[in-house]
Ligand binder design. Structure first.
Ligand code: AVJ
Length: 324
């Protein structure tokens, strides 16, 4: 068995290449075909996502910012004195800044992100804007265990996970992630999390199938990225963007559908597509306050507060950990 595994690895350049190459080859040779959504975010993809957040149909970012603007002071009341705010996947820290401005109890901010360049840049800017705050950036994949910097390790801990990024996880992954965060932050820790809500399918479909076609470009950029980085020869005109709310599974699904029968080269492999066959590129789960609360409770967290925008499209929920 071991000998065979070794042989396969030696014969297969993709298997010894980057995680991106490995995940793409594994996903495109599986049935149904799929690619993990984290690979949307190369430079072009991150820029396209920024444009998505400004689309009239894409409500989540606007709603969450409105909730933070309106209720940051309420959120601040839950935060113990001299706390550290730990953000999972901090990006530009725009949302954290709104909490930092409203919560003098936060003595330190620990942004966790794999984009080390962005992380260093933001840390420098935050130090200028908040000289009294300890800024302790962590260059890490937040889904994996990481060490908190020594300077903040003794402080009461408040996790921050905005953006409904949690919606990209499968339900069992949400539970595992919440348990992992609970173990890491410890008994009595708080978590403030952005959660998108189930709503009329027309609103959801429009948010992921915008009239200007930016989401289609964002989805198709995954193929452009595969072409650029993995020597692929996807013809982007031969695939079409699909997005729809799957009511039974409470999720918006995004796919790239092959417009015809075709063969595509990727990382030295030939991948066959049937006409209409899709690559499943993303699930964006939608919750009710109850369904998210049940998942949280099952993972050792107790919901203690939730806030909504005026249309109740989106929520920010506060949890406390009490089962280590
Ligand atoms: C960044 C995962 C929250 O699911 O709404 C936006 C990504 N995909 N449009 C989402 C996304 C298509 C977004 N998240």
């Amino acid at each position: 068995m071991a000998v065979q595994a070794r042989t396969i690895r030696r014969d297969d350049p993709a298997a010894t290449q980057s995680p991106f190459a490995r995940d793409v080859v594994a996903g495109l040779t599986a049935r149904p075909k799929h690619v993990p959504p984290k690979y949307f975010y190369d430079q072009a993809g991150s820029e396209l996502f920024e444009r998505i957040t400004e689309l009239p149909e894409y409500y989540p970012t606007r709603c969450e910012l409105a909730i933070l603007r309106k209720h940051a002071a309420d959120m601040a009341r839950l935060i113990p004195p001299q706390s550290v705010l730990i953000e999972f996947g901090s990006g530009s820290s725009k949302k954290a800044r709104m909490l930092l401005a409203a919560a003098p109890a936060i003595a330190a901010y620990a942004p966790v992100d794999i984009s080390s360049e962005m992380l260093a840049q933001e840390a420098a800017q935050l130090r200028r804007d908040h000289p009294q705050l300890t800024i302790a950036p962590v260059d890490a994949d937040f889904t994996q265990p990481f060490e908190l910097p020594a300077a903040v390790a003794a402080m009461p801990r408040v996790g921050f996970f905005p953006g409904s990024t949690i919606g990209n996880f499968e339900p069992h992954e949400v539970s595992a992630f919440l348990r992992h965060v609970g173990r890491m932050l410890g008994e009595g820790a708080h978590l403030i999390v952005g959660v998108d809500l189930v709503k009329d399918a027309r609103i959801l479909n429009a948010a992921y199938e915008d009239a200007a076609g930016v989401t289609a470009k964002f989805n198709l950029n995954l193929l452009a990225r595969i072409n650029r980085e993995l020597g692929g020869n996807f013809d982007l005109a031969a695939f079409s963007h699909q997005a729809f709310f799957n009511v039974e599974r409470h999720r918006v699904e995004m796919h790239l559908a092959s417009c015809k029968r075709q063969k595509v080269k990727v990382a030295g492999r030939v991948i066959d597509f049937r006409a209409g066959e899709t690559i499943h590129t993303e699930n964006s789960y939608k919750f009710t306050v109850e369904s998210f609360g049940a998942l949280a409770r099952g993972s050792g967290w107790t919901p203690i507060a939730s806030w909504f925008d005026s249309k109740r499209y989106f929520s920010v929920q506060a949890l406390v950990f009490n089962k280590s």
